[in-house]
Design a protein around this ligand. Structure first.
Ligand SMILES: NC(=O)c1ccc[n+]([C@@H]2O[C@H](COP(=O)([O-])OP(=O)(O)OC[C@H]3O[C@@H](n4cnc5c(N)ncnc54)[C@H](O)[C@@H]3O)[C@@H](O)[C@H]2O)c1
Length: 341
């Protein structure tokens, strides 16, 4: 069946936006119709340099008002996401918004409400769900290779410095971050939910390990109790002096997996030691390494086939809520029960 192509507009034109533009252009159902950056002249130069034949508009409002734009992709600084998402939803646009979707719980609730009320499709940037290692783990767990999971760890360690363009507006400051969990710990937090299920309560501690250039604790550790009785741990640090690392460890009633090594007598009764499987690990902080193409393809397919996207607004809300519970626990030094009131 011939279908009219969807038309997308991209807001913010930094490193992540370029990956979204490439991913959208690879999808046969979409054209990228417009880009809005911080400064139209510099954005036009960059669009030309990258060889994209895409119109540059001056403002977000212009892009949202354009009736022939169906999709808005929001990759601007964090503190702008909520307002832009609500405006795009009110204009009836389908939305991809990078994390975080709100700077605090109240703002996130308003975003959730606006997207639900508009009935538009939504996807958030917790892109590790499409990493081949994570897809493999999801499949192994689903097939019962490890039995019932009773212990899970996911950690996100990424030294953040001014090498990231967003460091000054999003890395260091509470007003731009606002916290380690919402800046990037959210990737590991989302995997805890994706592979472990819903969480009942959280207890977390944060610290400034050795860096003094963050307004919030750039390192934290959180223990979680899942609704099914399992326990878990998720941590994050932006001040490690080591390469990027997403760390994982899962124990179940019939086996275990640690990073890319598994042990399961359920499937391999003769197994005598850890077995390594070859895959693409989430082992790079470079956005060109992240599987945005699959995140975009899932979103477009959700629009075309009128089904929920993987990181729809309800899923996104729950992952953000868990991050905010971690932040509340760090701030209050107490256990936090979900859902947040
Ligand atoms: N999902 C992931 O794996 C991942 C990885 C890195 C970053 N991110 C997220 O992507 C988003 C963008 O991060 P980035 O690394 O591309 O940062 P970046 O600094 O490279 O890009 C941000 C862009 O926003 C533009 N901008 C600033 N103020 C603006 C304004 N007032 N109006 C319009 N544009 C404005 C900047 O000029 C810049 O081009 C953030 O939300 C970040 O958390 C996600």
């Amino acid at each position: 069946m011939d279908m009219k192509k969807l038309r997308a507009g991209v807001f913010g034109f930094g490193d992540v936006a370029v990956e979204y533009v490439k991913a959208l252009r690879e999808n046969s159902h979409v054209d990228v119709a417009a880009i809005v950056g911080h400064d139209p002249i510099r954005t036009r130069e960059k669009v030309g340099r990258l060889g994209f034949d895409i119109k540059v508009l001056d403002t977000f409002e212009q892009m949202v008002q354009q009736k022939d734009i169906d999709i808005i992709v929001i990759t601007s600084p964090h503190f702008m996401h909520a307002q832009e998402t609500m405006l795009a939803a009110q204009a009836g646009k389908h939305i991809i918004c990078e994390k975080p979707i709100g700077m605090d719980f109240q703002e996130m609730k308003r975003v959730h409400k606006a997207v639900k009320a508009a009935g538009v499709q939504f996807q958030c940037g917790m892109v590790l769900r499409w990493n081949p290692y994570i897809e493999t783990l999801k499949n192994m767990i689903g097939r019962g290779m490890f039995g019932d999971i009773f212990y899970m760890e996911f950690d996100y360690f990424h030294k953040l410095t001014s090498a990231w363009n967003g460091f000054s507006w999003g890395g260091q400051n509470r007003s731009g971050g606002p916290s380690a969990s919402l800046v990037a710990g959210i990737h590991a937090v989302d995997l805890m939910r994706y592979l472990g299920g819903e969480v009942e309560d959280v207890y977390a501690n944060g610290t400034c390990g050795h860096r003094t250039d963050f307004e919030y604790p750039p390192t934290y550790i959180a223990t979680l109790k899942f609704k099914n009785g399992a326990v878990g741990k998720t941590s994050c640090s932006f001040e490690t002096e080591s390469p990027y690392l997403v760390n994982s460890l899962i124990h179940g009633s019939k086996g275990s997996v640690v990073q890319d090594r598994f042990f399961t007598k359920e499937i391999f009764p003769g197994q005598t030691g850890w077995q390594k499987f070859e895959t693409i690990m989430p082992d790079s902080g470079a956005v060109s390494h992240h599987p945005f193409r699959f995140l975009v393809n899932d979103f477009i397919d959700a629009i075309v086939n009128e089904r929920p996207s993987m990181l729809n607004i309800d899923e996104t809300y729950k992952t953000h809520e868990l991050c905010m519970a971690i932040d509340t626990s760090i701030a209050t030094n107490g256990k936090v029960t979900l859902p947040l009131a």
